[in-house]
Design a binder for this molecule. Sequence first.
Ligand code: ATP
Length: 260
Amino acid sequence: MTLAGKALLPARRSTGTAAVVDERPPAGVRLLEVEDLTVSYGGVRALSGVSIVVPKGSVVALLGPNGAGKTTMLRTISGLVRPDRGHIRLAGRDITGWAPHRVARLGVLHVPEGRGVFPSLSVEENLLMAAYALNGSDDVVARGVELFPQLGTRLGQLARSLSGGEQQMLALARALLAKPRLVMLDEISMGLAPIIVTELLEAVKKMAQEGVTALIVEQYVEAALGMSDYAYLLDKGRLLTVGEPEDLKRSGMLSMYLGG
Ligand code: ATP
């Protein structure tokens, strides 16, 4: 992790085995800043006063058991859900409550669960469609194949005929090649073999090195931590702790809340 990224971590206080997040907001260069976010669905509280920071150029993981509020966090950032309270800032601009298309126009790309491909178009055509977001960049097919060599042998095939893993590679290539300012990935590994998941996350890491900032929700905790600069742990809509992967593992909080 870069020193700049490190400086952005909220300070933690240790309380025995558990660690709690200091209430002081972290200082430094932030791409995304979520402050005191509270979200409900009808009467059901999904997030309660959660604050997170995603520094520019970092990969940040959101971890937590089922129902922790991870998906709600991503959906609220991308404008699909309106918060009851709190603020969302992107590069210093308050985007709280903005419609999804306006948030997307600022370069926030949300890849929800499921495969984001055009099933009746070929692999090559799917990649070319991503080029529109790049204002007609013509090397998008070559770059897609560079990211996932396996797609190179499938260029003429319809996307619907690909395996689940290949479809997810294609979806991820389309998203990453659009060079979003912030890409939010929600369980892209759903239903896939661990070896494919590692390949998908490696591609995210590679793009992060080229300047894409990522906020990821991932059930394969080890794989997610292996490529993240730091991670937030949520439970029942509340933020439990934040830290660098090794510190989180050592704290015992991950095994306490996620098992294993
Ligand atoms: P999972 O890993 O199971 O997807 P999560 O951490 O992503 O969990 P969320 O999906 O954000 O958690 O759900 C947080 C809480 O909000 C849960 O109690 C869930 O039941 C509730 N919830 C989520 N979506 C809705 C909805 N559309 N309507 C009502 N309640 C919802």
